[in-house]
Design a protein around this ligand. Structure first.
Ligand code: DC
Length: 223
């Protein structure tokens, strides 16, 4: 049998979302981008001008409906019925998301949704704490890394493709700062999950990353 839950964790820009999406497609699985869920909550916090305390944001989260839908052109993120897929990639959201996702009440609410989706099986889920906290018992856990210069280069190419004018220095600062905050927070920091298999993507093409993970999944197949 093919493993039913595949987790992919790692720092910003390691290639998680593209790789996870392609692995899911190859296996006929659903891809769950948990970073998009934290981004949607962050967008709501910014729009409503909510104070960044655990109590205030936890209250807000309980009024939100965050959903991921899959269409022919990929995954879309909905916040209370509105497609916010583009809004959640803005610089304002990117700069605030680490602080919002460090709040325990936010994590509790989103982890519950992630577990509910994952228990249905046939998922590839990427994030920062999926193999360590959300599904520590997952069949296959991947820890995706790449050196920081390469991650900066990739993020820069990605934002330029969206037509944004951002300097390399700004992207580098965002990535280094997000790594620091995501790895040092008290609740569910980014760590290499126990039992995870390391995949360093610094010198790998997307095709090679996807193939490497499919090979690992194949090795875990049971009869
Ligand atoms: O993967 P991403 O860059 O879209 O994630 C945005 C932020 O969300 C990331 O900086 C930390 C947070 N996050 C998290 O805390 N836990 C997850 N499982 C996924 C993302």
């Amino acid at each position: 049998m093919i493993p039913q839950i595949i987790t992919i964790d790692g720092p910003a820009g390691a290639g998680k979302s593209t790789t996870a999406r392609r692995v899911a497609e190859a296996l006929g699985f659903v891809y769950i981008d948990t970073g998009a869920m934290y981004r949607a909550v962050t967008l709501a916090v910014l729009r409503q001008g909510i104070e960044l305390t655990d109590a205030a944001v936890t209250r807000l989260v309980q009024t939100l409906n965050v959903e991921l839908h899959h269409g022919p052109d990929g995954q879309h993120t909905f916040l209370n019925g509105e497609d916010v897929s583009l809004h959640i990639r803005s610089a304002a959201v990117t700069n605030a998301v680490s602080a919002v996702s460090a709040l325990p009440g936010v994590r509790r609410a989103l982890v519950e949704i992630q577990r509910r989706i994952g228990r249905q099986g046939g998922v590839v889920m990427d994030g920062r704490d999926i193999g360590s906290v959300v599904f520590p018992e997952a069949d296959v856990k991947i820890y995706l890394v790449a050196d920081v210069d390469e991650r900066v280069r990739r993020r820069l190419a990605e934002v330029q493709l969206r037509g944004e004018q951002v300097s390399e220095a700004v992207i580098r600062h965002q990535i280094v700062e997000r790594d620091r905050l995501d790895s040092s927070r008290a609740d569910s920091p980014l760590v290499r999950p126990q039992g995870a298999i390391d995949v360093d993507t610094t010198c790998l093409t997307i095709d090679a990353q996807v193939q490497r993970i499919l090979d690992i999944v194949g090795e875990h197949r049971t009869v």
